[in-house]
Design a protein around this ligand. Sequence first.
Ligand SMILES: Cc1cc2nc3c(=O)[nH]c(=O)nc-3n(C[C@H](O)[C@H](O)[C@H](O)COP(=O)(O)OP(=O)(O)OC[C@H]3O[C@@H](n4cnc5c(N)ncnc54)[C@H](O)[C@@H]3O)c2cc1C
Length: 399
Amino acid sequence: MSAIQRIQNVDVAIVGGGIAGLWLLARLRERGYGALLVESERLGAGQTLCAQGIVHGGAKYSLHGQASRSAEAVAGMPALWRRCLRGEDAIDLRGARLLAEHQYLWATRAPTSRLAAFFASKLMRGHMAKVVNAGSADAVPAALRHPAFQGTVYRLDEPVLEVASVLSALAERYRDAIVRSQGPVVLKADGAITLHYSGCAPQVIRPAITVFTAGAGNVGLPWVAQQLRPLHMVLARGANLPGPLYAHCLGASDLPRLTVTSHCDLGGRLVWYLGGGLAEEGIKRDRLEQIRAARRELSVLLPWVDWNPVEFATFTIQRAEAHQSDGRRPTGPGVFRDGRVIVAWPTKLVLAPLLAEQIEKMLPSLGVRPRPVDLRMLADWPRPEIAAYPWDREDLEWS
Ligand SMILES: Cc1cc2nc3c(=O)[nH]c(=O)nc-3n(C[C@H](O)[C@H](O)[C@H](O)COP(=O)(O)OP(=O)(O)OC[C@H]3O[C@@H](n4cnc5c(N)ncnc54)[C@H](O)[C@@H]3O)c2cc1C
């Protein structure tokens, strides 16, 4: 192994390759900054590939009859993401795919559920349309098209992303600037970062600014105030699933009772990914209790489906966010600075563009200007792969 190498002129080192770090890298590189991203595992390995991929536009945050600050923060996101997907924005996501053009929202016959949908539809006028021609093939999702279905369905202007394809689109374009380091990246007191990889000579980077977009790994910085909010997510697969479904089912609270997205696993099987209230309340349940709760919920909501042959799996995951005194979800991205170190959480995947914009705006006042960086010394350095989706993980127990 040869001696330690030093890479010069790195304006911004980004630690963590989830959606926040990858989007920030793309934005800074587009603007000409010498930015570099370091990931200790695989891209998306934290929360990002566990996300349901919904590009929220605010409907979920308007269920109690008032446009919340969360709803305001996400209001422009569907339009922005669609522009990127069409290649009409500085961040070109033409290589990425949507799983669905629309997320749906369905109210059951319960008065509380119908009221929540009514309030949301008033606030989200123009972005949420009642599907009036229930029964027509193009309107109601196939999974809900059954004579026994008695709810009301709304179509939201909220697309659903194929998240891995978004990560690939971002990573491919800036591949020269994305490196893997074995073990969590640690910032030394003098601001240096050392990249390690077995068989490679360590490389030292001394960036002008370091940004931690490391999700739960942000807690490695001593001054960081982070909160973790757990979810107990459920996966369902089997030939009996009644087709793909992308929908929030409304209950009595200002949180959807159940949020369903649909995915295809590596074996080509349809998988329903279940979150919402089921996942929030499910943190009190062990795996088998959570599976029983999911079966119960699905049997009540879609009673015409035979759920017996459907297989279920669960896993828990922590949402990592900036600390809030009331412990609730922050309304927007969290960005904090201590000297030449910035730490950031997008709060939602969909808010990664806003987070990147906020960080870029901070740079001129910190004396950082765009300039070319020579990354040739990293040309042979190992690159992180894209992580697996939860439904493709080999350690999941299906029953
Ligand atoms: C179940 C679930 C469903 C969700 N659904 C949605 C949704 O539908 N829509 C939406 O907008 N949002 C959703 N979210 C929220 C969204 O997933 C997160 O806000 C977003 O993915 C956070 O991205 P991130 O890049 O900040 O962090 P992460 O995705 O957690 O990425 C952090 C990265 O940093 C790396 N890392 C950690 N420590 C270090 C270190 N010391 N050195 C180097 N690398 C390090 C990790 O390996 C990881 O790759 C959901 C979240 C969950 C948990």
